[in-house]
Design a protein around this ligand. Structure first.
Ligand SMILES: Nc1ncnc2c1ncn2[C@@H]1O[C@H](COP(=O)(O)OP(=O)(O)OP(=O)(O)O)[C@@H](O)[C@H]1O
Ligand SMILES: [Mg+2]
Length: 442
């Protein structure tokens, strides 16, 4: 358990936190200082004043409680002090004082403050009742010959601007956070777009509409990405064109050699040389075939099951017994269909060539599409797993035309799968032969 685990992972969450934490800290400090210094003091002074006024009235009532004087007193206090008073001679205060009830911390604080101030000022038994609903306070004071009741609005005890101040503070920070979120969203969008573009490019798809946007640093990264993408494309194109040219040009001297051989007297040597030339021609044809198919095909959204069934079908025609389990056949991927068909065709073609039966499974796992081909052939020794991906590498070095093949099948398949952002790996199959596992991003 580290702090990191609790922090938001996204840029948005993090930046909101960066805005929020200082604001919250500031507010906590402000509220503390405000409450302690300002609000407490004001409330305590107000309570002190009210308690003093009540004490004066109580004293004046006790000094002279004839009705005329009382009437005058009632008039004065109602007019000038905002206090309503009444006097019940010969009454006594109920023995038990009401407990001070409050429905929130604020009211409780106010009531307790007033109680302590009244205790200090009156020095007589009294009863305090806070009418929470109507926000009125009633105080009954026991005098020598009766009970004095004083009522006044709660607002006499504290300044309501305290509430408003706090409300303002929280309101403003809420607005700040919302504003920050809106602005951050606009800052994050170009980064997200860059991430999506890079991911698409990694899967071999084109990103023609991508443009640098947003803050300078993000634009810089986007521009670097665009340049890199262009460079990679150009490099691939150049190399492909060059190799295609070389292969093509090799055909002319090969044709001349073939002609010269045809004019030589027949013999064992000549036959061997003819065989070699035939193989070279096949290699070149295979390579040119590969180069021609690449590059210009456009990725489309495709049902992988369609490609797979046609590949399986053609492997069956080549005599392979195929058990096909297409659990993930409905998966739609962005693919270059001809290229993908060729890649999978090469893999199943190998099984058809080197084995008798194969088990093909198509499933989605871990957010990737898995294509697993098991066969019961002789397999490949583990130390040759890397070699078979090299062009023209074959386990059977005799270059026996019977088994056909020039050794381009797996390299071409790997190339196509990598250009779709996928991976291909070999291992031993439980069927006794080779297991080829292809994984493609969804
Ligand atoms: N399923 C398999 N079982 C046993 N060996 C295999 C299998 N697949 C490939 N190999 C070995 O790996 C080598 C390279 O395979 P790859 O498909 O690249 O070439 P190829 O099949 O010989 O020729 P191509 O596919 O170009 O016609 C093969 O020559 C073969 O020795
Ligand atoms: Mg092959």
């Amino acid at each position: 358990m580290r702090i990191k685990d609790f922090l938001p992972r996204g840029l948005m969450g993090r930046s909101v936190l960066i805005v929020l934490i200082p604001i919250l800290l500031l507010q906590i400090i402000t509220v503390y200082v405000f409450f302690d210094r300002h609000w407490n003091r004001i409330t305590s002074r107000l309570s002190y004043a009210v308690a003093g006024e009540i004490a004066v009235i109580a004293q004046a009532t006790e000094d002279d409680d004839n009705p005329k004087n009382l009437e005058r007193l009632i008039g004065y206090t109602a007019q000038n002090l905002d206090l309503l008073i009444s006097y019940q001679p010969q009454e006594t205060l109920a023995a038990q004082a009401d407990p001070v009830q409050a429905n929130n911390l604020w009211d409780a604080l106010v009531a307790n403050l007033l109680k302590s101030k009244l205790e200090g000022a009156l020095r007589r038994p009294f009863r305090l009742h806070v009418d929470l609903e109507n926000k009125w306070v009633h105080v009954g004071v026991q005098l020598q010959e009766g009970v004095l009741s004083v009522s006044f609005p709660q607002s006499r005890l504290y300044s309501s601007s305290g509430y408003i101040f706090l409300l303002w503070m929280f309101g403003i920070s809420l607005v700040l956070v919302i504003l920050a979120m809106i602005f951050m969203r606009n800052q994050i969008r170009p980064i997200l777009r860059l991430a999506v573009a890079a991911e698409r490019f990694g899967k071999g798809r084109d990103v023609p509409t991508f443009r640098p946007q947003g803050a300078r640093e993000v634009r810089q990264a986007a521009q670097a990405f665009i340049d890199m993408q262009r460079r990679i494309k150009r490099q691939v194109e150049q190399r492909t064109a060059m190799l295609a040219g070389v292969s093509h040009d090799l055909r002319t001297p090969l044709t001349r050699l073939k002609l010269q051989l045809a004019m030589m007297p027949a013999g064992q040597d000549v036959d061997l040389m003819k065989g070699d030339i035939a193989e070279m021609e096949r290699m070149i044809a295979g390579y040119l075939d590969f180069v021609r198919g690449e590059g210009d095909e456009i990725p489309v959204a495709m049902n992988i099951g369609e490609i797979m069934s046609s590949v399986v079908e053609s492997a069956r025609r080549q005599g392979l017994i195929v058990n096909y389990e297409g659990a993930g056949a409905e998966t739609v991927l962005m693919l270059r269909p001809l290229a993908m068909e060729r890649a999978l065709g090469n893999i199943l073609g190998n099984a058809a060539k080197y084995a008798k039966a194969a088990q093909v499974a198509l499933f989605v796992n871990d957010g990737r599409l898995h294509i697993q081909v098991d066969d019961d052939g002789p397999g490949i020794p583990p130390d040759a797993y890397d070699d078979v991906f090299r062009p023209f590498f074959r386990l059977d070095p005799s270059r026996n035309p019977e088994t056909g093949g020039v050794g381009l099948g797996l390299p071409i398949a790997a190339d196509i799968i990598h250009s779709h952002g996928g991976s291909i790996s070999l291992s031993a199959s439980p069927l006794g032969g080779l297991r080829v596992l292809v994984r493609l991003p969804l």
